[in-house]
Every structure is written in structure tokens, then in C-alpha cells.
Design a protein around this ligand. Structure first.
Ligand code: FMN
Length: 418
């Protein structure tokens, strides 16, 4: 009976444990979590989502406060086009986050940054270029291009000295998306070093429509694998989404995957950025509480717990402080939805907005409980304590459980004492 440890992810001469912890935005996949994956010989991700907020928390900088100060005059204005990011500060915050993480790295593994194209930041191309370049400047091992087709992203960094030495990968949910990416980036004469194939059971935003349930990860992976073989392209494939046990991972590795990307199991790790009380909500969740909805202003369906405080909240848009989802024209569908509700309920102090959410604010406050489909199984991965709460795990325990378990078993942690 094979286990994950019988396989290795190979990047050139480098061999890694084939477990990649996926990026989880706005510091849910913290530096501490990514560092554990690297120390244990796998791949960890940090994320550059809402990088200024993350830098403020980690380094006591005042990026958010200063931006709000600068644009305070615009708070009541529904036109947010003046609210621009200072590119120098985006670069500085990114460099701080990446460099301090890389300096702390121990062990043989790698640390990548998850970079979502849908964070359009009121100037999509310029801000993305700065984010990618700053991460490379600061010594990141690799970049995973996420939440978008990224048709122009390689071109944004092709002149960077590390363009050919850093590992660059992309997340796709279909063969078509991969084909398009390869066609549009062919001119840069560089293939991705890996492709994460994310299926419909993943956490965060989904690369599917509301018909996500009709798709199946193994089928998509097989289709992409067969096409790559036919084209004689040797690119490591890394399936993601609903891989809950070591045995789930082995079945993909035996079918030609180079590694697996996992996230949900790690949302209840001590090193994860979710506050402990929110982690208890993840543990407690029942299957009928896991929903895919359309409240994200990105336009992508998103999976989350149905009791997330973000759902139905009608807070005033916070773009002067954040503004990560403003499109190239300074618009965000939450602003439109919020204004509609305010106009429909004159005199009401706190409106409720049901169709969209202010994702920046709620992700920043850990009030949007995005999660993978199998979150309802997390309670089976630990002990229920005498007070009714669930015992938090360590990233090392979860990583080793993926690495060594067989027979679909999940090893429980040593019971906490005291
Ligand atoms: C809490 C949470 C947040 C996530 N945030 C992001 C993100 O910011 N960017 C991204 O590309 N994927 C994100 N994902 C997807 C994961 O990186 C990963 O590919 C996927 O969840 C793997 O499936 P699993 O959770 O079933 O293991 C997130 C997943 C979770 C559970």
C-alpha cells in the first residue's frame, strides 16, 4: 500500500515531498504556515492579497491608515476612480512580506506566493506588474498565478532577471484555460514550471460557474495530462480541491500527478491565520452549511460557510482604505449593490446587502469564512475536548498525516492535556 512519501515532486534536480499547501488569501496561509511546509520538505504558499493590510499586521507599518487619510475626502462618493494605489508602497509592502518570510526559511522545501489577477486594484496591469516584480526582487522561490487567466502576466515580468530561474506556475480549472495561457505566453519562450489543476471542491473562488457540481477533478486532470503527453509537454501537474486524505493524494500521484495542492485541512492548524474562534466554526460546520454562492464581487462563485458574517452584511464600502477589487474604472459590484439598497431604504441606518459582499473588509476581518467542500469532515481529524470545543492541530501533524497515511486513515493528534 503506497503513501505520499513514496513519491517526489521534481523540479530539475530538486526533489520535494509532493505536498503543496495552497495560498489562502488575506493571510490565512501565513508565513508561519508556509514556513512549516518548507521545513518539512514540501511547498508552502504565502499570499499577496491585501498586501498592505498584511504588512501592517506583521510589521506595524501604517499603509492602510495613510491611504485612508489620503482619500478620506472621497468616502461618501460612490465614484472610486480617484482611489489609486501608490505603486511604490505596494512594492515595499510586498518586499517586506516576502523577504522576511524567505529569511526565516529552513529546510529543503520551497515558498511560493499566490498572486490573484482578480485583485484588480483600480489599475490591473500596473499593480500586477509591481506585485510580481517585487516578489521576485525579494527572493520568492516561485509564483503561483491564480484567480484569472493571466494571459499577460508572463509578459509583465519577462525582463526581470529572475524570470527564468524562479518557479512560475498557474492555476487552471480546465484544459481550455491552460491552452489559452500557453498560446498567449508562447512569445516569452517560457513554459510554466507547474500547473495546479483546481477542481470544483476547492476553497476560495472557483474557476467554474454555478454548475460546478457537474465537474470532477480527476476527469479534468486526466484530460490535461493526456493533452500534455500528446503535445510532448513535460509540465508537472498538481491537482487541488477535495484531496482530504493521504490516500486521496496517492490516487492522483499514481495517475500521473507530480504533487497535490491542499488547503482545507490546514485551516485548523495553529500556524494558520484564522482566529481560533473562527477555526471552531470550521470544525463545527455541517455539510449543509457549506455553500457556493455569488456574493464575491469578483464575479467568480465562492465557497464559504453559510453562517459567515459577511453574508448579508451591508457595511459601507471601504475602498479608500482597501480597494483591492476596484476594476480599471474604479468600480466594484458591491458598491453598486450597496448604493441600490441605501436608495431603496431611505433613513435606515444599516442596510442589508444580500447579493454581494464587501470582500476586502470581510476577508480582512476574517468574517468571510471561505472553505473547501470537505470542511465538514474537519471534526473527524481531531479530538473533541471536554468543553465541547475541538482541539487545534499543528501544521506538522497535518502535513505528516498526508505524507504517511494509508487506507484513507486520518491520524488523530496526541490529546491535549491541561
Ligand atoms: C480558506 C481558503 C482560502 C483560499 N484562498 C485562496 C486564495 O486566496 N487564492 C487561491 O488561489 N486559492 C485560494 N484557496 C484555494 C486553495 O489554495 C486550494 O487550491 C484549494 O482549497 C485546495 O482544495 P482543498 O481546500 O479541498 O484542499 C483557498 C482555500 C481555502 C480553504
Amino acid at each position: 500500500m503506497k503513501c505520499v512519501d513514496d513519491f517526489r515532486l521534481k523540479f530539475g534536480k530538486q526533489e520535494l515531498v509532493p505536498i503543496m499547501i495552497g495560498g489562502m488569501g488575506v493571510d490565512i496561509s501565513t508565513a508561519e504556515l508556509a514556513l512549516e511546509a518548507a521545513r518539512l520538505g514540501g511547498v508552502g504558499h504565502i499570499s499577496d492579497a491585501m498586501i498592505k493590510t498584511v504588512a501592517d499586521r506583521r510589521f506595524n507599518t501604517k499603509f492602510v491608515k495613510n491611504k485612508l487619510q489620503q482619500y478620506k475626502f472621497n468616502v461618501a462618493n460612490s465614484d472610486k476612480s480617484v482611489v489609486q494605489f501608490n505603486l511604490g508602497e505596494v512594492a515595499e509592502a510586498t518586499r517586506m512580506h516576502v523577504a522576511s518570510t524567505m529569511e526565516a526559511k529552513r529546510g529543503n522545501g520551497l515558498i511560493f506566493v499566490n498572486c490573484m489577477e482578480k485583485l484588480t486594484m483600480n489599475a490591473p496591469k500596473e499593480t500586477l506588474r509591481v506585485r510580481l516584480q517585487a516578489a521576485l526582487d525579494a527572493g520568492i522561490d516561485g509564483i503561483t498565478l491564480a484567480a484569472g487567466l493571466h494571459l499577460g502576466s508572463f509578459a509583465l515580468i519577462e525582463d526581470h532577471p529572475r524570470f527564468r530561474d524562479a518557479k512560475l506556475g498557474i492555476i487552471v480549472s480546465s484544459l481550455r484555460a491552460l491552452q489559452l495561457f500557453l498560446r498567449k505566453t508562447a512569445r516569452t519562450n517560457r513554459l510554466p514550471d507547474y500547473v495546479v489543476v483546481e477542481g470544483p471542491l476547492a476553497g476560495g473562488h472557483l474557476g467554474f460557474g454555478m454548475d460546478w457540481a457537474q465537474y470532477d477533478l480527476a476527469t479534468i486532470v486526466a484530460e490535461i495530462r493526456d493533452w500534455l503527453r500528446a503535445e510532448q509537454l513535460d509540465i508537472p501537474l498538481i491537482p487541488a480541491g477535495g484531496i482530504f486524505t493521504g490516500s486521496d493524494a496517492v490516487s492522483f500521484l499514481e495517475n500521473g500527478a507530480a504533487a497535490v495542492q491542499v488547503a482545507t485541512r490546514f485551516t485548523v492548524a495553529r500556524e494558520c491565520g484564522l482566529p481560533a474562534d473562527v477555526q471552531q466554526e470550521y470544525f463545527k460546520a455541517s455539510e449543509d452549511q457549506i455553500e457556493v454562492n455569488q456574493v464575491s464581487p469578483t464575479g467568480y462563485p465562492m465557497r464559504m460557510l453559510s453562517n459567515s458574517p459577511a453574508i448579508g452584511s451591508g457595511i459601507r464600502p471601504n475602498c479608500e482604505a482597501y480597494g483591492y477589487l476596484l476594476d480599471a474604472n474604479g468600480s466594484c459590484s458591491y458598491i453598486t449593490a450597496y448604493n441600490r439598497e441605501v436608495a431603496a431604504h431611505p433613513g435606515v441606518k444599516r442596510v442589508s446587502v444580500k447579493d454581494k459582499t464587501c470582500l476586502c473588509t470581510h476577508m480582512r476581518n476574517f468574517d468571510c469564512w471561505t472553505c473547501g467542500h470537505y470542511t465538514y469532515r474537519l471534526k473527524d481529524t481531531t479530538h473533541r475536548l471536554d468543553d465541547g470545543s475541538y482541539q487545534q492541530l499543528t501544521a506538522e501533524h497535518i502535513f505528516h498525516d498526508y505524507q504517511y497515511s494509508t487506507d484513507n486513515r486520518i491520524a488523530l493528534p496526541a490529546r491535549a492535556t491541561g
